[in-house]
Design a protein around this ligand. Structure first.
Ligand code: ATP
Ligand code: MG
Length: 307
């Protein structure tokens, strides 16, 4: 059974991404799954070309460094021809009303003077990501449920109108592990695109910087609860075990986080220092994803009256 998940290169990978997503992909994923860097989705808001390219490369290295099955990884834009083709077919299956109804679009476009058309249409591209690979299950947070519902509706509609081309995907909302909060502002979740990175621990931060960020974490009730969540997530123990046992919780948390991230950081840096190897892994993941997609794309084009 194929599962598919992605991370968007809108910023550097942080501790929340790692504990909440990448580590689970590494532990529970199989080589049938698809874990990818959604660089095309990162272009739905204003972006810098150089930064997008380097973040994509860096995030891809982090995926591999986390121990995710290399065969199951790829970079979205490495399939841009296949995705672009299917995207068109799916845009012709989707109505304007369906796209305009997406809550994320409403939220992200609210009050903005200039909104990229792709922000409106990217849920269709997301449907292409899902359907191209024959995905059965899409693990998502509540905020992405509506997008998976759209992919499901488009698959059904296409299959019904033109003939069976697609597996109809199901959204699964995993029992959430801790949502890691920003250390400097525990009312917010830790976020790649946060304005201020003082409370965001990046996977590639040097140990000293991790230590300083954690030492400066807010000590409110919420802040401490977040730290114990982080500690529990790093050590695999229950949060309650820690609340009062340690004289200086922050020191313990800092060392646990540094140890948890150390191998990931070391392997990422080694991969980034070996561009040929990184390119090889990336190309082979892309080739596999393309192979798996080809017959489905061919069928979709043929059934819809093309080629
Ligand atoms: P952005 O600001 O661009 O939305 P993000 O940090 O929310 O960045 P995403 O690319 O949206 O990252 O999400 C990648 C994965 O990381 C998703 O599976 C998401 O649920 C998970 N994730 C993101 N932030 C956290 C967090 N603070 N705690 C736990 N998991 C998180
Ligand atoms: Mg997000």
């Amino acid at each position: 059974m194929i599962r598919l998940s992605a991370i968007t290169p809108s910023g550097q990978v942080h501790l929340g991404n790692y504990l909440g997503a990448l580590r689970t992909w590494a532990r529970e994923g199989t080589k049938d799954d698809v874990y990818f860097i959604s660089d095309l989705h990162a272009m739905t808001a204003s972006h810098n070309a150089q930064r997008l390219r380097s973040l994509t490369r860096e995030q891809f290295a982090v995926l591999i460094a986390c121990g995710i099955e290399p065969e199951s990884t790829c970079v979205q834009s490495d399939l841009i021809r296949e995705l672009g083709a299917l995207n068109w077919v799916l845009e012709c299956t989707c109505t304007y009303g369906e796209a305009a109804r997406m809550i994320q679009f409403k939220e992200k476009s609210l009050g903005r003077e200039s909104v990229r058309l792709s922000l409106l249409t990217y849920p269709v591209l997301m449907a292409a990501d899902i359907l191209l690979q024959g995905t059965a299950e899409v693990p998502v947070g509540e905020d992405q449920l509506q997008h998976v519902e759209l992919a499901r509706a488009l698959a059904r509609r296409f299959n019904h109108a033109y003939g069976d081309a697609f597996v109809v995907p199901t959204a699964v909302v995993p029992k959430v592990g801790a949502r890691i909060k920003d250390l400097a502002d525990p009312a917010r979740k830790m976020d790649k695109s946060a304005q201020n990175s003082a409370g965001v621990v990046f996977v590639l931060d040097e140990p000293d910087l991790v230590r300083r960020k954690i030492k400066r974490a807010v000590s409110s009730t919420e802040g401490i609860a977040n730290l114990t969540d982080v500690l529990a997530s790093c050590t695999g123990k229950e949060p309650e075990d820690y609340t009062s046992r340690f004289a200086d919780l922050k020191d313990v948390v800092a060392e646990a986080v540094i140890e948890e991230l150390r191998p990931v950081r070391d392997r990422t840096l080694a991969l980034l220092a070996d561009p040929a190897e990184l390119d090889r892994v990336r190309a082979s993941g892309a080739a596999r994803a393309r192979d798996r997609a080809q017959h489905r794309l061919d069928a979709a084009l043929r059934l819809s009256g093309l080629s």
